[in-house]
Design a protein around this ligand. Structure first.
Ligand code: CP3
Length: 363
């Protein structure tokens, strides 16, 4: 791996800042802008990680958060799926709890469970005691981004953060949750505390994304993975303003912003209105219907069911063709899964999806 020079990227995040790479040939960036590039772009949420043998090899003996905070390791893991599949974008190997960790919140990632919070946040005093994120603390992630920009050539790099609601769910529940009952109790019973918490988490996400943009990422994705647990009414009143603050705070950066959640069919209109250029769609809503809900001003990303990758090549091909056909209704289409790659997925099944998508007419 060659060491990039410090002149590869600069500290400015303005649209014409000296550090922003110009990638005019990127199919991903074109589709995210709502254009129809020469071939359809494809990448996979969770493409860097658990399903790859080369990932399991380099991770041996290193904890998940330690891996995220070791720049050359995070860089190597991010590059692995780009080398193997020839996907149209890299996604930074990190986790949505990384900014909490570097801000000083007690959080660990427990194998087989997910993120676990040492002291759950359940009162106004807990919210007030949450540490703020110093951009300097994000240095290991920014360093990984700078290494990647030097290695990726013409492949764009997607940075990301967890949206305020999804982060709040981990903080309030103390870990992964099926029903989000403590989170929903707090948002309804103590709305002032709730809004104070989400405002803090919006600032955290904004600082984390700004640091990634300053270091050179070409696009960002805001993961509100668990927002689908909410009614549209509650989403609009209690969550959307905070996600909108994050997305609006990046408007001047000149990078496409994708907004994604699972089970968000009823929220697609609102998630687009929150300020996304691209709305990520899970497999439950076909893309032609999704574009009706999201409107003509935004591109779509999705939406192959990750479980379909276990059904054999013929089924996968049929489903990919259907999704690409339905995606023609949208102004731009970034092909992806409807959620992350499942751990047992055969990497060859993903390789076949990439080859097929690249061979299909853009339409
Ligand atoms: O699973 C792996 O690929 C190994 C590395 C790993 C990640 N997160 C990478 C990651 C591990 C062990 C985690 C822990 C974690 N964090 C879990 C449990 C995962 C598991 O099944 O073991 C969970 C649920 C989280 C919280 C989290 N992280 C959420 C809700 C999201 C948003 C995306 C989603 O899946 O809904 C993340 C982001 C995340 N974690 C990415 C990666 C590589 C995002 C970038 C991408 O899509 O590639």
């Amino acid at each position: 791996m060659s060491a990039p020079t410090s002149s590869t990227v600069a500290g400015s995040s303005g649209p014409t800042g000296p550090g922003r790479r110009d990638l005019p040939g990127s199919a991903y960036l074109a589709a995210a802008r709502g254009e129809r590039p020469g071939h359809l772009p494809v990448w996979f949420m969770r493409q860097a990680g658990r399903s790859l043998p080369e990932y399991r090899r380099v991770r041996q003996g290193t904890g998940m958060l330690e891996s995220c905070l070791t720049p050359d390791l995070a860089c190597e893991i991010t590059l692995q799926p780009v080398r193997r599949y020839g996907v149209d974008a890299a996604v930074l190997f990190s986790d949505i709890v990384v900014p909490l960790k570097v801000a000083g919140v007690g959080v660990e990632i427990v194998a087989g469970t997910g993120p676990v919070i040492e002291s759950p946040v359940r009162s106004a005093a807990d919210v007030a005691a949450l540490p703020r994120l110093d951009p300097e603390a994000v240095a290991p992630v920014a360093d990984a981004v700078r290494l990647l920009v030097g290695e990726l050539g013409d492949t764009p790099l997607i940075g990301f953060a967890g949206a305020p609601f999804t982060l709040a769910s981990y903080l309030v529940e103390g870990g992964p949750s099926r029903n989000h009952e403590r989170t929903k109790a707090l948002m309804h019973a103590e709305p002032d505390t709730w809004h104070a918490l989400l405002d803090r988490l919006a600032d955290l996400a904004l600082t984390f994304l700004r640091a990634q943009i300053d270091a050179g990422v070409d696009a960002v994705q805001l993961f509100d993975s668990w927002a689908g647990a909410l009614s549209e009414r509650d989403y609009r009143a209690l969550v959307m303003p905070h996600s909108a603050k994050v997305l609006a705070g990046l408007a001047d950066a000149g990078v496409p912003r994708t907004h994604f959640g699972v089970g968000t069919g009823e929220l697609l209109t609102a998630m687009g209105e929150a300020g996304a250029d691209v709305v990520g769609v899970d497999w439950r809503v076909p893309l032609d219907e999704a574009t009706r809900r999201v409107g003509p001003d935004r591109a779509l990303q999705g939406n192959l069911d990750p479980a379909v990758l276990f059904a054999g090549p013929d089924v996968v091909e049929r489903e990919v063709r259907r999704i690409v056909d339905e995606g023609r209704a949208a102004p731009g289409h970034v092909v992806n899964l409807g959620h992350g790659v499942l751990p047992e997925t055969d990497p060859d099944a993903l390789a076949r999806v990439v080859d097929l998508v690249h061979a299909l007419p853009v339409g």
